[in-house]
Design a protein around this ligand. Structure first.
Ligand SMILES: NC(=O)c1ccc[n+]([C@@H]2O[C@H](COP(=O)([O-])OP(=O)(O)OC[C@H]3O[C@@H](n4cnc5c(N)ncnc54)[C@H](OP(=O)(O)O)[C@@H]3O)[C@@H](O)[C@H]2O)c1
Length: 251
């Protein structure tokens, strides 16, 4: 399939690399950022063009992998009647693409992607299309990129995005708070890595409802009070600790 990628950030880099690895032709990288655009186009052995020139290229599928707030604006300047145009955002409606072509859809990777990633094994690709033709073409591409392809409409995708914020962004924020606390107390945060990995890996076999442990779950009041005393010099951490403890105890 001939693929044109708009954008040169995390998703454009990882999806572009994956498309190339799976034998698709990347006809161009269209990017407003010449630096990252040229780096990516050189890696993928294709040409670098401006976003405004994307519509002049011959491609089967145009993937708009730009910031959520820019998808609509980029789509408004991309007029490619008959071609398939998709975006990669969880929280943006498919309908923002309706003026670009009569065939449009969404290719949303449900994973935290960083431009350095060389492959995306097992990443769920959530797809949607405005008609059977769009959906069929996109399904062909998606199945060539991942063994884990599901259909999700705008509402389902947005709700999964909310859940993704909980499991990924919020848990990482908690790691960050714990790392700061360890640094302030001259403790080695790396000692917690096996615990982090073990806690996440248990989810393969059981629901989080069956896996909750800790003093809040056991309603171990003396330990909770001791922890709060240890956090007395860290008001923000103490607040987070209290809120999450309440959430666990009231579940
Ligand atoms: N990263 C993830 O984990 C992930 C996962 C699933 C879905 N997504 C979705 O994929 C999309 C891209 O995310 P990303 O992580 O790749 O973002 P990113 O790394 O920040 O890259 C964003 C790209 O959009 C370009 N851009 C921003 N505003 C633009 C505009 N007005 N006109 C033209 N280009 C513009 C940026 O160019 P500059 O370099 O010039 O700013 C950059 O190339 C988003 O919709 C995001 O929600 C991301």
């Amino acid at each position: 399939m001939k693929v044109l990628m708009v954008g040169s950030g995390n998703v454009a880099s990882v999806l572009g690399r994956q498309c190339k690895q799976k034998g698709h032709e990347i006809v161009a990288i269209a990017s407003r950022n010449p630096q990252t655009g040229m780096t990516l186009s050189e890696e993928l052995n294709t040409r670098f063009i401006s976003v405004q020139d994307a519509g002049n290229m011959d491609a089967d599928i145009f993937i708009i992998a730009v910031s959520d707030s820019a998808v609509k604006e980029v789509a408004s300047s991309l007029l490619v009647p008959g071609k398939l145009v998709v975006h990669t955002a969880g929280a943006v409606s498919m309908e923002v693409l309706q003026n670009s072509s009569q065939n449009y859809g969404v290719l949303y990777p449900l994973q935290s992607l960083r431009r350095e990633m060389k492959s995306i094994p097992g990443v769920p690709l959530l797809i949607d299309g405005n008609n059977d033709h769009s959906l069929g073409l996109l399904a062909n591409l998606a199945h060539s990129l991942s063994e884990n392809v599901e259909r999700a409409n705008d509402e389902q995708r947005a709700k999964l995005h909310v859940a993704a914020v909980f499991v990924s962004n919020f848990s990482n924020h908690l790691y960050l708070l714990a790392e700061g606390y360890c640094q302030a107390e001259h403790l080695d945060f790396k000692l917690l890595y096996p615990l982090i990995v073990e806690t996440a890996s248990r989810l393969k076999d059981a629901s989080p409802a069956e896996l909750q442990t800790g003093p809040a779950f056991r309603k171990d009041i003396s330990t909770l009070e001791k922890h709060l005393r240890l956090l007395s010099n860290y008001p923000k951490l103490k607040l987070t600790y209290t809120r999450l403890t309440d959430s666990i105890m009231n579940f």
